[in-house]
Design a protein around this ligand. Structure first.
Ligand code: PAF
Length: 287
């Protein structure tokens, strides 16, 4: 596997890449969720490039940029074992230079849900993802469903900026007890880890209700609040039933809804969601 650090190197790699190319954008510290993305990429393309870049402009001034977990050696070993062809590991200076001023952002959709407490987050994500797409010109880019708002906004960018690529949404990968895999789980001490399960408990309750025929958002949110209230160490930031098109609250779930939760346990911020899928009256839940 090639480890590439500059834009010139990644462009040269791309010129020599055979067939369909998949890009897996990551911030590293690989867990099973990333591995799922890399396996999906491998199954959909002839050449796979993984970017590993802790993107400074998607972190707020008081957020965890400086302590975000990093382990390049281990990540490179995992990517090699998965048959990744190239790992792109640029510096912030290589990506942005000294006077970067061009951004991609969603003034309305990027201000909802996570955007309420992370006002510049999606601008940072959109900008770096477009740059990575431009540098690697992939055919296909898999994203995890766990970062639901992120993948919906990227999908919108692809459509609205006429990018000729396919976005593939991969299922959330969970720990055996249900906690969604995230690099930030490494911040949780054992007591926090128990409290973090409140998010999954809430979402599971929502899934049971929806599968049992409940469609009213208020009833779903009430049940979730009650359950999450049993985890006193979990500070719920939001718990919303929204349309995946508008990201705005809906009165009733249909086959295109997202039940999205963000919460804090100690200093760790966690997110998770479920999606409703299906046609007509037949609604399935993907958690
Ligand atoms: O999901 C992530 O890890 C990041 O937001 C991404 C897409 C790699 C952009 O930095």
């Amino acid at each position: 596997m090639d480890i590439l650090r500059t834009k010139d190197e990644i462009r040269a790699w791309r010129r020599g890449a055979q067939g369909r190319v998949a890009l897996v954008p990551t911030m590293g510290y690989f867990h099973e969720g990333h591995i799922r993305l890399m396996r999906t990429a491998r199954s959909l393309a002839d050449s796979v490039v993984v970017s590993l870049f802790v993107n400074p402009i998607q972190f707020g001034p008081t957020e965890d940029l400086s302590r975000y977990p990093r382990d390049l050696e281990n990540d490179a070993a995992k990517a090699t074992a998965l048959g990744v062809d190239a790992l792109f590991v640029p510096s912030a200076d290589e990506i942005y230079g000294q006077s970067h001023e061009t951004y991609v952002y969603w003034p309305l959709l990027g201000a909802l849900l996570c955007g309420r407490t992370r006002p510049d987050h999606f601008r940072g994500v959109g900008t770096v993802v477009l740059k990575l797409i431009n540098l690697t010109t992939p055919h296909v880019v898999p994203f995890g469903r766990k970062d639901g708002q992120q993948v919906l906004l990227i999908d919108r960018m692809v459509k609205e900026l006429d990018l000729d690529i396919e976005i593939v949404v991969c299922p959330t990968v969970r720990e055996p007890d249900g906690l969604a895999m995230s690099s930030r789980n490494s911040y949780l001490n054992p007591a926090d880890r128990v409290q973090a399960l409140g998010i999954y408990a809430g979402l599971q309750a929502a899934k049971t209700l929806i599968e049992g025929g409940e469609r009213r958002s208020a009833a779903i949110r009430n049940e979730m609040s009650q359950l999450m209230g049993k985890f006193p160490g979990l500070g719920v930031e939001y718990c919303d039933v929204v349309s995946r098109e508008t990201l705005r609250p809906v009165d009733a779930v249909d086959h295109h809804a997202m039940v999205a939760v963000a919460g804090r346990v100690g200093t760790t911020r966690l997110i998770d969601n479920l999606w409703t899928i299906g046609t007509g009256g037949d609604i399935r839940v993907e958690l």
